[in-house]
Design a protein around this ligand. Structure first.
Ligand code: SF4
Length: 418
């Protein structure tokens, strides 16, 4: 059976990341003396700027994904609804706050952590959604922690110089909060170094994802959701760069040897929207059983930041974090998708309508229909959620996906016969 060998290294890298936080927790309870400060950051927030101040960085969405993947989110969401959060809103938010309220987390079992480490500063960027602002503000009040935010213009067709100047100024405006919480003066050279490392890691990540352009593809969307851990939580570090260099080497070797997760790709599929974290394995198996290669996604591409440039650290960070897919207009999204469909030779596209994340569900304003009309490829909308499995019906979804894949195959056969 095909296996990506770098998964062992990934486990080590992610384990060390969480155990690094364990030291922080011990420090907070007085057990250890460490000068490291802790910042919480949203997943497409200004991680590089924070790291330049020497902060360890925790990403609450990463914890949310862990709650989804371990299928524990359902135990915690009701705790948030008790304090007034509707269970139809972001299930990362409701699961994460619920986990805090219930004082339980899978981090206990896996890493011996009582919970995510206490922050000295919380920073968010609403480039992805307003939910992160509410979520982080709740924790800032609960933990009596300073908070700073970036609120860029949203849903952009084009990202203009005026947008960049606005957002770059907002990046600069959070520096005093970082200086106060870290006890360190801002050092632009350090910021440039971290941004350079982040750029190198994100370039490698892009190449990793790009190996799926080949057939047989050496990496699926489902593999990529696991291997994206370091680009989310460790970007701006040498560790992330080294990890993706190793992973890329393995995948490129597999491309050369023509080894992939499928020996025969009967169709190549694009996945739009969030993963269904608690169903990654059965979902992956379902596509493999049907010889369908899910080779590209909006989600994993979200951590490709082409614009980073250490020569203009503020402006390039502002551009990279403002031009992300989730923050673009429907027209801009269609353009981005059309490039990816062509590059990855996509036969069909599946849109995951995640019930608690309207922000990252792109099927609600006619995009699937426009994809079919303008790109000539079939689309399917499936209903589910990132964490809350009450919104997901396995039987129904399996039937829908199998029917969709059969239709793609038969239309390919017909066009070959013609
Ligand atoms: S983008 Fe969606 S899943 Fe992510 S934090 Fe915002 S609402 Fe939650």
């Amino acid at each position: 059976m095909y296996k990506i060998q770098s998964a062992k290294l990934l486990k080590e890298v992610m384990g060390n990341y969480f155990l690094g936080m364990l030291n922080e927790v011990k420090s907070a309870s007085g057990g250890k003396d460490t000068s490291k400060k802790m910042a919480w950051c949203t997943s497409v927030g200004p991680a590089e700027l924070l790291r330049s101040f020497g902060f360890e960085v925790h990403f609450p969405e990463n914890h949310g994904a862990l709650l989804g993947a371990t299928r524990t989110a359902g135990d915690f969401i009701p705790e948030s609804t008790k304090i007034g959060y509707n269970s139809d809103i972001c299930s990362y938010l409701t699961a994460d706050i619920g986990s805090y309220l219930k004082k339980q987390t899978p981090l206990q079992e896996h890493y011996g952590l009582d919970g995510p480490p206490k922050p000295d500063l919380i920073v968010y960027n609403t480039n992805q959604c307003r939910e992160v602002q509410d979520w982080m503000t709740w924790f800032a009040k609960e933990l009596n922690c300073p908070i700073a935010g970036i609120t860029p213009p949203r849903h952009l067709d084009e990202v203009t110089d005026a947008h960049i100047q606005d957002v770059a100024a907002q990046f600069k405006a959070i520096i005093p909060a970082c200086e106060k919480a870290s006890g360190q003066k801002f050092d632009i050279d350090r910021f440039r170094e971290v941004l350079k490392l982040s750029k190198e890691a994100t370039d490698l990540w892009k190449k990793v994802l790009g190996t799926a352009k080949f057939s047989p593809s050496p990496i699926s969307f489902f593999d990529a959701t696991i291997h994206m851990g370091p680009i989310v939580v460790l970007r701006g570090t040498q560790i992330a760069k080294d990890y993706y260099a190793a992973l890329l080497k393995e995948l490129e070797d597999n491309v050369t040897k023509k080894i992939g997760f499928l020996t025969e790709e009967r169709s190549r599929i694009y996945w739009d929207g969030m993963p269904i974290w608690g169903k990654l394995r059965p979902m992956s198996e379902l596509f493999i059983q049907n010889n369908a290669a899910v080779v590209a996604s909006t989600y994993c591409n979200s951590w490709v930041f082409d614009a980073f440039d250490e020569k203009a650290p503020f402006e390039s960070s502002a551009r990279a974090y403002t031009e992300i897919f989730i923050n673009r207009s429907e027209d801009a999204k269609l353009k981005i998708l059309s490039g990816l469909v062509k590059d990855f030779r996509i036969d069909g596209m599946i849109f995951h309508d995640a019930k608690t994340c309207a922000n990252n569900s792109n099927s609600r304003f006619g995009l699937p229909q426009r994809v079919t009309e303008s790109l000539g490829i079939p689309t399917l909308v499936i209903e589910g959620d990132l964490c809350d499995l009450r919104f997901y019906s396995e039987g129904q979804t399996t039937t829908k996906i199998e029917t969709f894949l059969e239709q793609i195959e038969s239309s390919k056969t017909i066009s070959m016969v013609r």
